[in-house]
Design a protein around this ligand. Sequence first.
Ligand code: PNS
Length: 160
Amino acid sequence: MLKAIYPGSFDPVTNGHLDIIVRASKLVDRLVVAVLENPSKTSSLFTVDERKEHLKIVTKHLKNVEIQSFNGLMVDFANKINAKVVIRGLRAVTDFESEFQMALINKSLNSEVETFFISTSVEHLYLSSSMVKEIAMFGGNIDTMVPFPIKDFVLEKYKK
Ligand code: PNS
């Protein structure tokens, strides 16, 4: 059984993330979407529990996908849940350097874990959680950027 982990911050989950989740779920038997519990990221818009809830909502139709959170090294968590593959989405060339570095570091930490890159769909090339937050903060339209139920959660945060 091939189990993969798709780690990230998902603050918030975007259509780009969901696209990668859907496509990865077709390639592996089980996909664990893992939200990083990062105590140093105090500037997060959503709590880890909120992000997990959002991911559960938007992936509920995907029967081989589960949502978890982790702290510490991602490869240690992958080891703990017996995931042999790490999924990462690649948007532009600018992603490549940092993603390649992360893949090499993870490989040096645990040589059993392989990173598989999935190239983003063209319509999500420009998309990132940070962009979504900035646009929402200044009242821009995020309809095409986040899954439908997530839009209201984001807008609600900026109303306060
Ligand atoms: O959503 P992001 O910021 O692209 O996700 C980055 C993430 C969570 C995959 C990465 O920061 C991570 O794996 N952090 C856990 C700590 C770790 O394992 N670091 C070593 C590899 S850089």
